[in-house]
Design a binder for this molecule. Structure first.
Ligand code: GLU
Length: 418
């Protein structure tokens, strides 16, 4: 993976490119391309052996003009202030792109969770929730899962918040387990939106999804579920990698069996349904129809982009392409469905979870999936319309123009106070 691009600078470039198309004043763009606030913490946590660990943690609240700040919390050794700022900004434009009534935020704890026991992770999550308590709430800032966090961490977060507040407020965080107030369909939602945008793109370009070949970099929640749903749609998932290993089969992988193997052994490596073991670099340049980067930022830089052989890239991760990669791919006529649309299923179903929490009424999975499809196809159509009408270079710029207009309108209507 290349680390050449600073994710926060990538975000700012993306906003500026869209702003150029829309002819926006610099002062407005300055305001909408920097976070409103960033909380930086050093959390002390007692380890099982009685020693104390001090770990770096953040929460960035980027923009709240369209609603409460919204966005996940990641646990990863690569977490930095710049990364959290970028991720919180991408949330603003993601929520605006798919038109859910939120601003954007993001949090992170700089740890490798594999090095901590479950009880240490619980203490750490509760320490983080305690520090965030004055800033979050169902009408203030609503965390959710992200890389290496899931229902378990969200349940701890909610419990800590509710205990300290002395009342129930399940909508303070989304991505919870069903019994703790979660929504049906939330776990699958990110992968489902990736599948939906690929389906829509194939329809738009008049391509046939049946037997289209797919390669997926990153086999966590988003990547593995996108792979499964694309397989169900008739596509042929031939390659997948995780952070340590990768597998390939010309005839297609049995996605469910590959996932089961990874859950059991911790890695894709050694999966007996594959004919070859491959690296992540090999996967990214493989001759497939659809490439799905579903891992971390900067997976595809300008050099890798020169070698990409896919016709379509759907960004399941946040920020997997550098701005240089975008340029190269546009010149090479390779379509990229941007992260702020492709992976928006997660936050869309988070929104449904929050609505259900506030109404104390739960939806069926069918209703969740139908509504998700409606939000994604409407946003996809808005992106294509902007792409055609404004004749912009990439689908990303098109989607950003749609989102930026919405954020700008809300910012203008609210004005500046005091
Ligand atoms: N972490 C996910 C994202 O990057 C989901 C955020 C949410 O549900 O609030 O979109």
């Amino acid at each position: 993976m290349s680390n050449e691009a600073n994710p926060f600078e990538s975000l700012q470039q993306q906003i500026h490119q869209a702003a150029t198309e829309l002819d926006v004043d610099d002062d407005v763009i300055n305001r909408l391309s920097n976070p409103e606030r960033v909380l930086e913490l050093n959390l002390s946590v007692e380890l099982d052996d009685g020693t104390i660990d001090v770990v770096e943690a953040y929460r960035a609240q980027f923009n709240g003009d369209r609603g409460p700040y919204k966005g996940g919390i990641r646990y990863h050794p690569g977490v930095t202030r710049a990364e959290v700022k970028a991720l919180s900004g991408w949330m603003v434009y993601k929520c605006a792109a798919v038109n859910v009534p939120y601003g954007g935020g993001k949090g992170g704890i700089k740890i490798d969770p594999a090095e901590y026991s479950e009880s240490e992770l619980e203490r750490l999550t509760r320490a983080y929730a305690k520090e965030l308590r004055p800033l979050v709430g169902e009408s203030r800032d609503i965390p959710a899962p992200d890389v290496n966090t899931g229902q378990r961490e969200m349940n701890w977060f909610k419990d800590t918040y509710e205990t300290l507040e002395g009342r129930t407020e399940p909508g303070v965080v989304t991505g919870k387990a069903i019994e703790s107030g979660g929504s049906r369909g939330r776990v699958e939602a990110t992968g489902r939106s990736v599948m939906l945008v690929v389906r829509e793109a194939f329809e738009e370009f008049d391509w046939d999804i049946e037997d289209a070949t797919v390669a997926v970099q990153g086999f966590g929640n988003a990547g593995s579920i996108a792979a499964r749903l694309l397989d169900e749609l008739g596509a042929n998932v031939v390659a997948a990698t995780d952070s340590r290993s990768g597998v390939y089969s010309e005839d297609g992988l049995d996605v469910a069996a590959a996932k089961a193997h990874k859950s059991k052994t911790g890695a894709l490596s050694g999966f007996d349904g594959a004919t070859e073991e491959i690296s992540s670099e090999e996967l990214l340049t493989m001759d497939v129809d659809v490439l799905i980067p579903a891992a971390l930022e900067n997976a595809i830089d300008g050099d890798v982009a020169e070698e990409v052989s896919a016709d379509l890239i759907a960004e399941a991760a946040n920020g997997p392409l550098t701005p240089e990669a975008d340029k190269v791919l546009a010149e090479r006529d390779i379509y990229v469905i941007p992260d702020i649309l492709a992976n928006a299923g997660g936050v869309i179903v988070s929104y449904f979870e929050w609505v259900q929490n506030r109404q104390r009424f739960s939806w069926t999975e069918q209703r969740v999936n139908d509504e998700l499809e409606r939000y994604i196809t409407e946003a996809f159509d808005a992106m294509i319309e902007a792409y055609e009408q404004q004749e912009v270079a990439t689908l990303r710029i098109a989607m950003y123009t749609v989102a930026l207009k919405r954020v700008m309108r809300a910012a203008e209507e609210g004005g500046i106070w005091p």
